[in-house]
Design a protein around this ligand. Structure first.
Ligand code: ADP
Length: 183
């Protein structure tokens, strides 16, 4: 949040990056806890996730903004390319990462070392996942949803509605229906 008097806000800024496709209650838990530790938190949505995303970048940002609306020190932004470049550009001091079960550790640890070593590098702080979300990932949520499972405990209601809307059959306009009508 920009300071009210128009001056530059120099209070420490932390960046929480991810693909958030979609944001889950696990992400939200990390955001809420990190926002209590840092004066300002920037949730940064990566523009180019390795896999084909379920939601567009704009929609992922929009959903995050909705679920973070009640946290005045949280800003949602997007970035492309190297995380450390983005961190430097935004003049942030720290990268925040959530750590789930052991399997996260190896990858996140090596990324943290790399991000510190790279030119203009930044340090990482890990927030351990809350036990109820330790096994929740965006990909598992999408998988369960695709198979018709109930994911209401794992994503915010607005995300559940957005996912349901994606699955709902597109309404065909009367003109199009006529076009396709073979009888
Ligand atoms: P995912 O791995 O679910 O696809 P992201 O790439 O968006 O998620 O992850 C962004 C960050 O959030 C990473 O630091 C990841 O470890 C963390 N994270 C994801 N899900 C959870 C969770 N359930 N609890 C804690 N941290 C999480």
């Amino acid at each position: 949040m920009p300071p009210r008097n128009g001056s530059i806000d120099t209070s420490p800024l932390a960046v929480y990056p991810g693909s958030f496709d979609p944001v889950t209650n696990g992400h939200l838990d990390i955001i809420q806890r990190a926002a209590r530790c840092f004066p300002r938190l920037l949730v940064a949505v990566v523009a180019n996730p390795s896999k084909q995303p379920m939601f567009t970048l704009e929609r992922r940002v929009e959903l995050l903004r909705e679920v973070c609306a009640d946290m005045p020190n949280v800003e949602v932004d997007r970035f492309e390319g190297l995380l450390v470049e983005y961190v430097r550009r935004r003049q942030a001091q720290i990268i925040v990462k959530g750590l789930r079960i052991v399997s996260d550790f190896e990858h996140e640890f090596s990324m943290a070392v790399l991000n510190r070593k790279l030119r203009g590098g930044a340090d990482t702080m890990f927030v351990p996942a809350s036990i109820e979300y330790a096994y929740v990932s965006s990909s598992s949520v999408k998988e369960v949803f695709a198979l018709g499972g109930d994911i209401a405990d794992f994503v915010p209601p607005v995300v559940l509605r957005a996912m349901a809307a994606l699955r709902a059959p597109a309404v065909t306009s009367p003109a199009r229906r006529k076009e396709g009508d073979q009888s």
